[in-house]
Ligand binder design. Structure first.
Ligand SMILES: Nc1ncnc2c1ncn2[C@@H]1O[C@H](COP(=O)(O)OP(=O)(O)OP(=O)(O)O)[C@@H](O)[C@H]1O
Ligand SMILES: [Mg+2]
Length: 509
């Protein structure tokens, strides 16, 4: 079986040592997990192995032979394939699933157009079938959800017979059922001798799927475990360089709840049906459900990004109508969006510009920006979210994936809105930053109604006071007494049980 061995890998960017003398071995038929805090160097290591960087330090051997990887085609030749953190960048949106799956074949047309199309579809269906993916091969990729795109890119890499498959946070946007499907796929491929390099911030997943575990901190390899020696608390300590505190902040006693937002009978085509609930200042309202359950759609409507067909949004006792996000922001409704790269960031600009520009008036006096006020605000965000590197002038494009997410969150966190909406806010951020986001969400609940939506059931149960469960565009369960039964929530989310007793069945069709 093929073995890929890297020794002494190093990479320096201006002012940052991203990777420093790291050794790593990938064995055929095994899953090697690579973990570490945001900015630890995981993606950098992956980019070296896949020929993204022409120059770096260190050597790479395949089955004992020194090999040279300095461009993507080198990696491809040695059977190394990668599914990147930003999956969109490798798909062509206006082409169909079949065309994206078999993109090389498009470049070398052997037969006439129609023969080719039929043959393309046949092959694409076959690939999807062997991986048990239920997708329409003729559908344009632009119409797919993020998890669907992720599974598609993985399917494509696998169909090219890669021996080394590198997955950079493959599950960041996947819900439980998609993760299970991915793991089944991985286990099947392991038996065929494929080896995996697997990056994830979800440590319970690592425990389930990994055979080897390497931990990076500040670009250095700080620990190695195998399946037998792996211990969660030791791993977290190695990642953060300190004993972690409690993951979730203590719930505050609800002394003065104030009704801020009420949603009545909201509906949007087939996506949302009969949505009614109340959100109070003084508590965190959690919303959970599988990906595609309608959580993002609901939050988008509340934030003025989409329009409902019917129903009322009542803010502080008054019915409000939002034509665009600006209207919602003016009413103090802030959204931390799911699709961060497209909606949350100016990728070419600095951290400072990204976090202060929407609120520049707060830092100005008579149209002069007050630099001191502005910079202290930015530094506060950088410190609390432990942004790496802690430099306000760093271009967001050059930040690691998780640190980019921290910038989006940071932009809203220090604002005092009436309603703050979190949509999958902790996707892709490390456990230290997650802790901090939970603390900040709690703090915000003192001054705002906080709605925290996530397909990670455990995080919603750990943080929220009151929990709504969504499925197929409807609210199918509501819980408000602690502790909440996890099993029951899961059953409602997946549809194993139709409704709770705690909730009337009026919503069901
Ligand atoms: N082009 C670049 N220019 C400058 N610095 C860079 C560049 N690319 C990466 N870095 C820096 O290198 C360090 C390592 O980044 P990397 O993307 O490897 O982290 P990561 O472990 O993948 O983190 P995450 O979990 O957030 O994805 C970070 O400090 C990052 O800011
Ligand atoms: Mg990364």
């Amino acid at each position: 079986m093929a073995v890929l061995k890297a020794s002494g890998l190093g990479k320096v960017f201006p002012g940052v040592v991203a990777l420093d003398g790291v050794d790593l071995e990938l064995r055929g038929g095994y899953v090697h997990a690579l973990i570490g805090a945001n900015g630890a160097g995981k993606s950098t290591l992956i980019k070296i192995l896949t020929g993204y960087y022409p120059s770096y330090e260190g050597r790479i051997e395949l089955n004992g032979q020194l090999i040279s990887i300095h461009k993507p085609s080198d990696a491809f030749r040695y059977g190394i394939e990668v599914v990147h953190q930003e999956v969109d960048t490798t798909l062509i949106p206006y082409l169909s699933i079949a065309e994206n799956l078999l993109i090389e074949k498009l470049a070398t047309p052997a037969e006439g157009f129609f023969v080719r199309k039929r043959e393309l579809h046949r092959q694409a269906r076959q690939i999807l079938q062997t991986l048990q993916l239920d997708m329409d091969v003729d559908q344009p990729v632009a119409d797919l959800s993020l998890p669907q795109k992720q599974l598609l890119v993985i399917a494509r890499a696998i169909s090219r017979n890669a021996s080394f498959l590198i997955l950079d946070e493959p599950t960041a946007s996947l819900g439980v059922s998609d993760v299970e499907r991915l793991f089944t796929m991985i286990r099947k491929l392991k038996q065929r001798g494929v080896s995996f390099l697997y990056v994830s911030h979800r440590l319970t997943e690592i425990q389930e799927i990994a055979d080897d575990i390497t931990i990076l901190r500040g670009g250095k390899k700080v620990a190695y475990f195998n399946r037998e020696t792996f211990e969660m608390s030791k791993a977290i300590e190695a990642m953060l360089g300190a004993q972690p505190g409690k993951l979730f902040p203590t719930r505050m006693p609800i002394t003065e709840r104030e009704l801020v937002l009420e949603v009545r009978n909201l509906g949007w085509g087939k996506r949302l049906k009969n949505i009614s609930f109340q959100a109070f200042r003084g508590e965190v309202l959690g919303i959970t459900g599988l990906t595609g359950a309608g959580k993002t759609e609901l939050l988008n409507i509340l934030a003025g990004c989409e329009k409902a067909d019917h129903g009322d949004i009542i803010l502080d006792g008054k019915v409000v109508h939002f034509r665009q996000p600006k209207d919602a922001i003016r009413h103090g409704i802030f959204l931390i969006p799911e699709d961060r790269r497209h909606r949350g960031l100016w990728i070419e600009h600095s951290i400072r510009t990204n976090v202060t520009l929407p609120f520049i008036r707060d830092f100005s006096y008579l149209s002069f920006v007050l630099p001191f006020k502005e910079i202290s605000h930015v530094l506060q965000i950088i410190n609390r979210l432990k942004l790496v590197p802690p430099n306000p002038e760093m271009t967001v494009k050059n930040l690691s994936g998780g640190n980019q997410q921290k910038v989006v969150i940071g932009k809203w966190l220090l604002q005092k809105g009436r309603v703050v909406l979190f949509d999958e806010a902790t996707q892709g951020i490390d456990i230290g930053a997650k802790q901090e986001v939970y603390v900040l969400a709690r703090e915000l609940a003192h001054t705002s109604a906080v709605i925290f939506s996530s397909s990670d059931v455990d995080e919603v149960l750990g943080l929220a006071d009151h929990v709504l469960v969504m499925r197929d565009g409807q609210i199918v369960g509501e819980f408000d007494t602690q502790p909440i039964d996890r099993q029951q929530v899961m059953e409602l989310a997946t549809g194993a049980v139709r409704t709770t007793t705690a909730y009337t069945t009026a919503q069901e069709e």
